[in-house]
Design a protein around this ligand. Sequence first.
Ligand code: ZN
Ligand code: ZN
Length: 440
Amino acid sequence: MRIGLALAGVCGLAFAVPAQADELRDALMEDMPELMEVYKDLHANPELSFQEFNTAKKLAARARELGFEVTEGVGQTGVVAVMKNGDGPTVMLRADMDGLPVNEQTGLPYASKARGVPESGVESGIMHACGHDTHMVAWVGAAQLLAERKDEWSGTLVMILQPAEELGLGAVAMLEDGLYERFPKPDYVLAFHDAAAAPAGFIGYTPGFALANVDSVDITVKGVGGHGAYPHTTKDPIVIASSIVMRLQTLVSRETSPLDSAVVTVGSFRSGAKHNIISDEAKLQLTVRSYSDETRAALLEGIERIAKAESMAAGLSGDLLPVVEVKDPYTPATYNTPELTADVAEVLTARFPGRVFETDPVMGGEDFSQFRRADPDNVQTLIFWVGGVPQDQWEKAQAGEAELPSLHSPFWAPDAEKVIATATEALTAATLDLMPRSGG
Ligand SMILES: [Zn+2]
Ligand SMILES: [Zn+2]
């Protein structure tokens, strides 16, 4: 998913590993050359959503070697690796596995040449353009460090590899396949996402709502077609749909509290075939973003009401009223449990001085949200950002000399080493903090 970060005030700060590196960091630095080999392999061999067969197989084998009890094929291609280590809480670490139908143009020596057919049916190059390869390598890195440190924690560690995040379907697929029934249910779930709008090695966290509800809505506006020279004999769907588009703008500006964030964007408007023919149909495609369930419901109700009312204003009724279709399933808003977020932020701030920032929520979406929604009273969740922009590019962008590629861009090439090192250490340190040896 696409995200953005507003790290005001960090420009120009150089990345530096503090001098007082500790035992955990030393061990990680020893692992890094091998982790970078895993990264290059995953980056060169991306797989599309729900087709992550080889990715899952390779990493499942690795987790088995580390002593995890591993189950494959959970939610189609998902992997669940469990390590029981005495009494204490259950912590789940999640990484997503899918690449995107994007033709890589980074020019990297290990750039992907893979091709495949996504759900659209149109063959395409495949690329880890969202950085899920960095997520998986940090997952491997954390699994290694935690497996080697069983005497430093007590509890149950559940490490999952999730398919199809880009379709917003993989988390639900794993949950529906019994993730919380067949395996130990987590008290805490942690994940990170790389960020294309923050310098490499910086960490951003947002307590509470961090990412939005994402709905896709189709509106089919009906009309009565005819000759362009005799408009009075028709009901012009382009005029009606235009009124709908303009009126939809009032949902956010006039009906939603100015303090409550929401977006209604009409991304596609299609109708007609020729200059002098009035069409009998117009099709609109919308993306609708919000945080709370209440705002989401109000926006969706408002879209239906406005579409119908504008058609009625044009004199249409019955079968000629518009059809409004909310696509299912939607991606619900991601909520970072404030208590867990505060605890982990404290650990990370101590470990990475000057590199950890509270950031604004974004209007992108992540199906990581599903892991909390499945049992909001008992499962606390946190997803944080790890900046990936190479330092030299960051400085050029700050000086106005370069534009930074976003996530999903064919040019997105994060400083993978810094992302992986930072995220591995962050996930490991947070997990150790959540599962102290005393079990308390
Ligand atoms: Zn993405
Ligand atoms: Zn992503």
